[in-house]
Ligand binder design. Sequence first.
Ligand code: P53
Length: 476
Amino acid sequence: MSGFKTGFLWGGAVAAHQLEGGWQEGGKGISVADVMTAGANGVPREITDGVLPGKNYPNHEAIDFYHRYKDDLKLFAEMGYTCFRTSIAWTRIFPKGDELEPNEAGLQFYDSLFDECLKLGIEPVITLSHFEMPYHLVTEYGGWRNRKLIDFFVRFAQVVFARYQHKVKYWMTFNEINNQANFHEDFAPFTNSGLKYQPGEDREPVMYQAAHYELVASALAVKAGREINPSLQIGCMIAMCPIYPLTCAPGDMMMAMNAMHRRYWFTDVHVRGKYPQHLLNYFERRGFALDITEEDKQALTQGCVDYIGFSYYMSFATKATDDNPQLDYDETTSLVSNPYVQKSDWGWQIDPVGLRYSLNWFYDHYQLPLFIVENGFGAIDVLESDGTVNDQYRIDYLAAHIKEMKKAVVEDGVDLMGYTPWGCIDLVSAGTGEMKKRYGFIYVDKDNEGNGTLARSRKKSFNWYKEVIASNGEKL
Ligand code: P53
């Protein structure tokens, strides 16, 4: 016996903006992903002021899942998926974000998508906000720095919970809400929260304010979801990159602890419904006067999540330095390379044991069911002339991670609901906008410039993953 519980959810994960395309179909509005150009390894994506002529916006067409989902889902079913994680593009339901009534054509698209999943025995797992909020909420309201967004998000959540309550049981509110701990770069503030900063603006308190409004919105959504249908399971979604001390020097250990505080307090608020004291003390020391009302605090306690969804790709490492006596963590300057692990072509540290560590870390802290909703290896694949892709490196990566996941369940007793590897079909990279950074079991014929037939073909890992699922994780 593998130890994975009966009904363990095996599947794959994607996000609407990274695969659907059809960016203007069915009345869809412009999302933040629609104004991001293609970057490259080490070249950031450009965030343009609206959609400009002559720029390459890879998410506009993506892999055209909007028109091809029936065939793609058949391939997922062929691998034996029992679940499929995707997101609902907010802009299909509320094209601008601030409307009072939803867009029926958008709602119908997801009705058809979920019906198709259920027909194939695949349970949809749905993220409400995955880096694709309406762009209008950025230009008109300044993104999540504005309290008004709470109401817009909760309205969106209520509409989709009510509409799909009999088709979708598993939900998550905000994808990788803690990415914005990396607030010095432009990417995470914009994708998480629709934040654009003025030159010279003090970014950090704005990040905390936006995250606070999102956490309140998440809690209100959880509460509303339960009122609509108590059988819904609504979780949070955290990007887990555990931060190790570079050495066992006590200062490095303390630095790692502080770093973990700064990146993972979001989980405390989602799970426990209140801010950890270390963060309140930090706000005070830094003089951050945030808009956190008594009503907000009440809302947080009433919308604690049912489970913790998280992504795991890599671990980080950090160390104490003399010029940082208070051991403050800054994600752009405090991370160091871990000499004990290999890196992917994009510099992501490959650390399967870190997944077991992360599962234990979450379970020790929160004792809630866990769901690994992303894990995977972004790599350059070569399509052979016979149409195959020999992605043994991807198999090696995933097999090593599943082995550690199994130890966490069997040896450590962690309560794990399921596993959905990321980008189960090749799609547009969130971080770089590239097609070249592939994660899929299914190859999609399209390159960084947008050329290609969009034809799908099974990689070597396709058959491998099929066996993994059929054996409930025994045959790796
Ligand atoms: P890409 C950073 C660190 C960890 C996960 O990422 C991250 C990011 C953002 O780039 O994002 C998640 O495509 C995210 C997905 C994303 C996936 O990881 O940059 O939830 O949308 O595609 C992989 O290689």
